[in-house]
Design a protein around this ligand. Structure first.
Ligand SMILES: *[C@@H]1O[C@H](CO)[C@@H](O)[C@H](O)[C@H]1NC(C)=O
Length: 452
């Protein structure tokens, strides 16, 4: 028994068996754990990649060199676009603008929005001056500036003539009859420009006229941080002193009124209402006239029609189909029609009454006539002055000067005049005024003929 019991072999074997069994257990549980984690991994990856069962294009450059993929939700535009690297399409319609371009590029240099995030798009139409040449010269200059921060992003120049409907003089362009056809033609030009230039990677579209004289270098950020779909500043213009120094310029930014809606109802389907003409009294509140020089520049005003001197809008507004109507849309065209259309589509359209940019002073034909008159007047006055000198010499020689004598005699003569009489109260007796004329043989005063 002892031998049996004491035999180590008896115990050794089962110990070995236990060891082997536990080793198998460890291996099994480790592999089980591995398999479980594999399954878990598969489940996790299935959950995290929800689209795993959907077809997904693989637009990477290795297998589709000429294919670009854009997720348009990445280009919607935010209040701090400059910090997020959002690209702005900067649209400038040009027509006989050679003289304004140097000033315009002065403003472009000063602009603080990162230049490399701004893509420039110009449309040159119906120009008889060297707009194209001057544009190219200025672009070349700024794009080869030693300071790389001056360089803008992509630049596109488009050329298209639309035909001259009317002359380009101030009065031709601003006369009442010309407004409808003129605005429809400008709308066509804007649509050609934006439809050709807007790329999927643009988050914002900024429209700017070249003939702006004074504007903040932070204009884009100033408008952008309001985070509105469409936003415009107030536009005024300086005037010569003889015209009162300054004046609201852009009357196209307004809020709709009952008067405006009533007028619209009375007009033909194709009619275009334009502001600032006595022919169309709309009684609308204009952004321009609501300016308070000491008002808060952040103040917003909800608008229906807008002017086109400086518009910042989110690119999604254009992607959604809003455009500049080249026909009568709610009795408006071009930028005013654009404002109305955006409003109708549910976009936020606002203006800043106390934030002002300054358009150049562009003299009207009447102003030009007045300036010519002033120049002639100056010449005439000079001539008169020199004539006066001649006359004075002649008079001096021909007449005796009595000025000094008069100074001596004056007090003596006036001494006999009692000046205190002037202050005396004079009583007038009106008692018989009603009977006056009774002795004129029955004639009333009205018939009284002093000649008789
Ligand atoms: C650009 O900025 C400079 C320096 O502040 C200023 O002197 C110049 O007038 C500005 N140019 C324009 C066109 O506003």
């Amino acid at each position: 028994m002892d031998d049996q019991l004491g035999s180590p072999k008896l115990f050794r074997r089962p110990r070995k068996a236990v060891q082997q069994r536990s080793r198998i257990c460890v291996i099994a549980s480790v592999s089980g754990l591995l398999m479980a984690s594999c399954v878990l991994y598969l489940i996790i990856s299935l959950v995290s990649a929800r689209d795993i069962f959907r077809y997904s294009p693989t637009f990477d450059s290795s297998n589709a060199i000429d294919t670009q993929f854009y997720d348009l939700k990445d280009y919607v535009g935010h209040a701090d676009g400059w910090a997020r690297g959002e690209r702005v399409l900067f649209c400038v319609p040009l027509r006989d603008a050679a003289s304004h371009l140097p000033m315009f590029f002065g403003h472009m240099r000063n602009m603080t929005y990162p230049h490399n995030l701004i893509d420039l798009a110009f449309l040159v139409s119906d120009s008889s001056d060297d707009t194209m040449g001057v544009l190219e010269k200025n672009l070349l200059e700024i794009q080869s500036d030693p300071n790389p921060e001056m360089h803008f992003g992509q630049i596109e120049i488009f050329q298209k003539d639309f035909g001259q409907i009317i002359g380009q003089g101030f009065s031709d362009r601003h006369g009442f009859a010309a407004q409808g056809p003129r605005r429809k033609m400008m709308a066509r030009a804007r649509n050609w420009l934006s439809s050709a230039a807007l790329k999927p990677y643009h988050s914002w579209v900024y429209w700017r006229d070249v003939d702006v004289e004074t504007i903040s270098p932070t204009i884009i950020e100033d408008l952008m941080h309001h985070d509105r779909d469409v936003i415009v500043p107030n536009v005024w213009r300086p005037l010569p002193e003889w015209l009162g120094n300054q004046q609201p310029y852009d009357l196209n930014s307004w809020q709709e009124s009952d008067g405006g809606l009533q007028l619209a109802n009375t007009l033909d389907e194709d009619a275009v209402i334009v502001e600032g003409y006595v022919e169309y009294a709309t009684w609308r509140p204009h952004l321009a006239y609501l300016r308070d020089p000491y008002g808060d520049p952040e103040t917003e005003m909800v608008l229906d029609g807008i002017g086109g001197v400086s518009i910042l809008s989110k690119a999604r507004v254009f992607r959604s189909g809003a455009h500049f109507p080249a026909f009568s849309f709610e009795k408006h065209a071009e930028t005013e029609g654009f404002g109305k259309m955006c409003k109708r589509m549910g976009f936020a359209v606002v203006g800043l009454p106390h934030y002002v940019i300054w358009h150049i002073y562009e003299p009207s034909n009447d102003d030009l006539k007045h300036m010519e008159w002033m120049a002639q007047e100056e010449v005439r006055q000079q001539r008169e002055e020199s004539m006066q000198k001649v006359y004075e010499r002649v008079y001096g020689a021909g007449f005796l000067d009595v000025e000094d004598e008069w100074k001596e005699e004056k007090p003596l003569i006036l001494r006999n005049t009692d000046s205190s009489r002037g202050a005396r109260k004079i009583q007038v007796d009106w008692d018989d005024v009603d009977t006056f004329g009774d002795d004129l043989n029955g004639q009333g005063l009205a018939d009284f003929d002093p000649a008789l």
